[in-house]
Each structure stands twice: as structure tokens, then as C-alpha cells.
Design a protein. Structure first.
Length: 256
């Protein structure tokens, strides 16, 4: 079997079965382990598959180009969001100075806050209201109000962030990818996320597992630049992200 013919066969197997092990390829194609590994590397470098530990999986990154409204997102994966929010809220310690990004999961964090000696900055009107009502000192950024996500964005908001030095920050995201990092559909929202993360000592992305292997229009941070708080990944996703050294920053919420 010619090399390109073998590579094509491997790609077809991966696409058909969604994931295959190196052992399966050795037995199916009657090839050595070194040949199987070498072929997987070639296919991965060509962008035809996603190489993972012990085999390969289908390259399945999904692209999103627009934001859903807050009302559309509020009830999606709600139980997972609550688990993530509870875990994230428990990371906030006395005297923390926290940035809280706009988003449905970050808003749920407020329901689980227990530490009172904390100051918050946010770009979400709803978050600021809830935090203030709960008795927290809260600052809200000034700038353009974006109706879809109910977030404050724009140059004025970015400029306002430059005076702050946060101990911790929590952000939502539309996409998580090992290669493309964290992304969102809107350039103004991406600017706020990027600017606020640059002012923060410890950054956390709060996201359910559905955002993994999704890519949106505008990147705001590299994959290794934040810890990711998420629910337990599927076997396929777990194998894909285990392949990367940066995967140590994926904190799975298995049970609370």
C-alpha cells in the first residue's frame, strides 16, 4: 500500500469511527506501531485529523460567528453552569479584588458567594446590581452598552481597566480550542476580555464542556493563559486535551 493511500485510509477510519487507537490501526492496516504513529503525525500536521494520546480523533472544531442573547443562553446547560459557578465562587478568598466578566455562568457565581471581604469590578449591569444588593463594594465599567450580551464594551471601558490590578478574574467564552485559544464573536467584547485578563494575577475561564473544540471570530487569550473550570469532559474530548502539556489548566468539576 502506497503511503498516500495508507494515509487516506487512516483518515477515512478516523472520520467513520470518530476516534481510533494506534493498536486498531496496526491491526486493521497490518502496519507497525512506528508507522502508525508516523502516519498520525503527518495527518495531524496536515490538519486532516486531531492526534491524541494513544490514537486519533476526528477534527471537529465548530465555528460560531454570532452571540446568542442572554435570554437564549440563560437556560442552556443550566445544571452544569450552576456546578461550575459554585466551584468558581469557592475560589474567592478574603480581600480578593475580583473582575467578573459579563455572562450567564459568571452571573450564577454571585448566588454562591460566601466571602464578604471582597471588592468586585464588572462590565455587566446585571452583575453589578446583584453584587450591590448582596452587600459587595462593586465598580462597573463605563462605555458602550451591548444589548445582546448586556455587557459594557468599547474603548472607554478598555481605558477604564488600566487603573486596576485584580487578584482573580472570571470570564466566559464562546469557544475553547487548543490551537486557537479562547474566542468570542464580537471584537469589542474580545477587547474587554483581553484587557481585563492582562490586569489580573489569576485568570479563570468558566465554561461548560459544550464550548470545547469551538472557535469564534476573535481570539482574546491563548489556551494556556487561564485555568478552565468546566464539567467532566467526554472521553473523546478528554483524550484530545490530555495530549497537550497545557491541559493541566483544565479543572473538571466532577462532583460537588
Amino acid at each position: 500500500m502506497l503511503t498516500e493511500e495508507r494515509l487516506q485510509k487512516i483518515q477515512e477510519l478516523v472520520e467513520e469511527k470518530k476516534s481510533v487507537s494506534t493498536q486498531e490501526l496496526m491491526e486493521t492496516l497490518d502496519i507497525s506501531e512506528s508507522t502508525a504513529r508516523r502516519d498520525l503525525t503527518v495527518l495531524a500536521n496536515q490538519g486532516r485529523i486531531c492526534k491524541v494520546r494513544g490514537g486519533a480523533m476526528v477534527k471537529s472544531a465548530r465555528y460560531s460567528t454570532k452571540d446568542d442573547t442572554v435570554s437564549e443562553r440563560k437556560d442552556k446547560n443550566l445544571e452544569a453552569k450552576r456546578q461550575i459557578a459554585k466551584y468558581a465562587a469557592a475560589l474567592i478568598e478574603p480581600n480578593d479584588f475580583v473582575y467578573l466578566d459579563a455572562g450567564t455562568t459568571t452571573e450564577l457565581m454571585i448566588d454562591y458567594l460566601t466571602e464578604k471581604q471582597v471588592v468586585f469590578v464588572t462590565n455587566a449591569v446585571s452583575h453589578a446590581r446583584k453584587l450591590s444588593q448582596a452587600g459587595y463594594t462593586t465598580y462597573i465599567l463605563g462605555g458602550e452598552f451591548k444589548g445582546t450580551t448586556e455587557a459594557i464594551v468599547g474603548d472607554e471601558a478598555v481605558a477604564g481597566l488600566q487603573k486596576y490590578n485584580f487578584t482573580k478574574g472570571f470570564w466566559g467564552t464562546n469557544g475553547i480550542s487548543q490551537t486557537e485559544g479562547f474566542s468570542t464573536p464580537d471584537v469589542k467584547e474580545a477587547m474587554i476580555k483581553k484587557a481585563s485578563m492582562s490586569r489580573c494575577r489569576r485568570c479563570y475561564i468558566v465554561s461548560d464542556a459544550s464550548k470545547f473544540s469551538q472557535i469564534s471570530c476573535v481570539n482574546f487569550a491563548d489556551f494556556a493563559n487561564a485555568d478552565i473550570i468546566t464539567t467532566k469532559l467526554s472521553e473523546e474530548l478528554g483524550r484530545a486535551y490530555e495530549e497537550y502539556a497545557a491541559c493541566d489548566n483544565v479543572l473538571e468539576v466532577k462532583q460537588l
